[in-house]
Design a binder for this molecule. Structure first.
Ligand code: FMN
Ligand code: MN
Length: 476
């Protein structure tokens, strides 16, 4: 047993072997207790947790936080701790493109429910925020297909329980699910959808990469593992889903049905309001014999959802920017899915092509993975963007607000960020934000006198010697 983990259980058992899993037999409540435990795990870097005794849901187990720490993210993808972003980005570019293997059946088909037997209320959907009135699936992977091109898109979404056979889906117009839904709307046809819960960890991560248009995120699976993923056809539509998933919910979104969604403990840390959103009418549920419900906590960061989202967005922003501008040398997400991000640019190239850093600042908003970016620090590549102390030092001594802030007003926002501008844009579905980048590169003449005097450090030969002799001096 080891990488790549073929299902949630192999992965969970591996975490157990590493001492990174708690099996909790104390009775816990889905109405806040489980969320509060996950919140504390995210804040303390704690282990993953399997709840084995859930009030009101005998026989059900709930697993969460398996990807809530850096260490576990690295295990899930078999990654080194150094240069992680660059290594994954390179695998996505150069890894093998192996088609998913379509199998006849799989563990996710052990139980098949149709018609009257469909009852979402039997699934222990966990409440996250105190004000949630109806619970949400928070780690559902949505599979939808472009009716014009046949492209399958997957993305993690939240789905609110609104009936025995109904889920509400906040279909955001700027996400691929929304782009595809608008094509079904134009044709006035229902959109088939599959919601997958409890897939293997690589599939879960694949489904949250902000890949470019027309790219099926499941294609990343083989690139990241070197193998083919096993997929199986849904019962009521032709979507191909991971065969080893715990639960698959199949359904259809009618073009003309809407219901109120909300309030939700939204990823910027505040409650969403209520919005009229499309509804999934469930046609079938298939699952394993004794399914494990995969919960993911996300509201105010830190959370497992932020860990996952920040990690994949960093990789994909780096990869997409670099494909446009090869002189981009590193990216670090500092907070909340690239909302605040730092980017390093090849200093030598910048000196040859003054203004390169500003081109990078503008390009962020031109790529899919930069769709949420609001505040971007741009630095030379002699600064480690992953080291907060170096970064803040750089911000302090290379940056002048009056000269080096570039603000662009009214770029598309997420419409979930409470600081976005709602007034004055017709109030329709607004979501306009300002975008700024902070040019923290060393400036040229006439601002370079201080830099020309040189960085104040001990002689390099002694810095090197200290590294060599560190233990000899008596340090451990
Ligand atoms: C825990 C979690 C929950 C998420 N919930 C949603 C959601 O409800 N709606 C959404 O559009 N994106 C959500 N996302 C982000 C998407 O998964 C991500 O932006 C993905 O890249 C969207 O892909 P798409 O544009 O291909 O549809 C969530 C991400 C995480 C990690
Ligand atoms: Mn996509």
């Amino acid at each position: 047993m080891g990488f790549p983990f073929r299902d949630l259980r192999e992965w969970m058992n591996y975490l157990g072997e590493q001492g990174d899993l708690v099996k909790n037999q104390t009775e816990v409540d889905i109405r806040g207790e489980i969320a509060a435990i996950s919140r504390k795990i995210a804040r303390t870097g704690g282990p993953a947790i399997l709840h084995e005794n859930v009030t009101g849901y005998p026989g059900w187990r709930i697993l969460s936080d398996t990807l809530a720490t850096r260490r576990r993210l690295l295990w899930a993808l078999d990654l080194p701790a150094k240069d992680t972003t660059k290594v994954v980005a390179e695998r996505i570019v150069k890894g093998p493109a192996i088609e998913p293997r379509v199998v006849d059946t799989g563990p996710c088909k052990e139980i098949k429910l149709f018609g009257e037997d469909i009852d979402l209320l039997k699934i222990p959907m966990v409440f996250t925020g105190e004000r949630e009135t109806l619970p949400y699936i928070t780690a559902g992977m949505s599979f939808v297909k472009d009716p014009e091109t046949g492209w399958t898109n997957i993305g993690i979404r939240r789905f609110q329980l609104v009936g025995k056979d109904k889920l509400c889906d906040l279909v955001l117009p700027y996400q691929h699910e929304g782009v595809i839904f608008s094509k079904y709307l134009k044709q006035n046809k229902p959109m088939p959808i599959a919601v997958v819960l409890g897939a293997d960890p690589v599939a879960l991560l694949c489904s949250t990469f902000p890949a470019p248009d027309q790219v099926d995120e499941i294609s990343y699976w083989s690139k990241l593992t070197g193998q083919a993923i096993d997929v199986v056809k849904c019962e009521t539509n032709d979507m191909l889903v991971p065969a080893t998933a715990e639960i698959v919910i199949e359904g259809e979104i009618a073009p003309d049905v809407r219901t109120l969604e909300g309030p939700f403990a939204e990823f910027p840390g505040y409650y969403s309001g209520y919005r009229l959103c499309p509804v999934i009418k469930v046609k079938a549920i298939t699952m394993r014999q004794d399914p494990i419900y995969r919960y993911m906590f996300m509201s105010l960061p830190p959370s497992e959802g932020h860990h996952v989202g920040d990690f994949v967005c960093e990789i994909e922003l780096y990869r997409q920017l670099k494909s446009l501008i090869p002189e981009v040398s590193d990216v670090a997400v500092l907070s909340t899915r690239t909302m605040t991000t730092a980017i390093a640019v090849d200093k030598k190239a910048r000196l040859r092509a003054p203004g390169l850093q500003r081109k990078v600042g503008l390009a962020v908003r031109a790529v899919k993975a930069g769709f949420m970016s609001k505040n971007v620090f741009i630095v030379d590549d002699d600064v480690d963007v992953h080291n907060m102390q170096d970064l803040m030092w750089c911000f302090s001594v290379k940056f002048q607000a009056a000269r080096d802030v570039i603000v662009i007003e009214d770029v598309p926002g997420t419409y979930l960020d409470p600081s976005e501008m709602w007034v004055g844009h017709g109030g329709k579905y607004s979501g306009h934000t300002s975008y700024a980048f902070y040019d923290c590169t060393e400036k040229a003449a006439p601002y370079d006198e201080g830099y020309k005097r040189g960085l104040a450090t001990p002689p390099q030969e002694f810095v090197d010697r200290v590294e060599e002799n560190w233990q000899e001096y008596g340090f451990s």
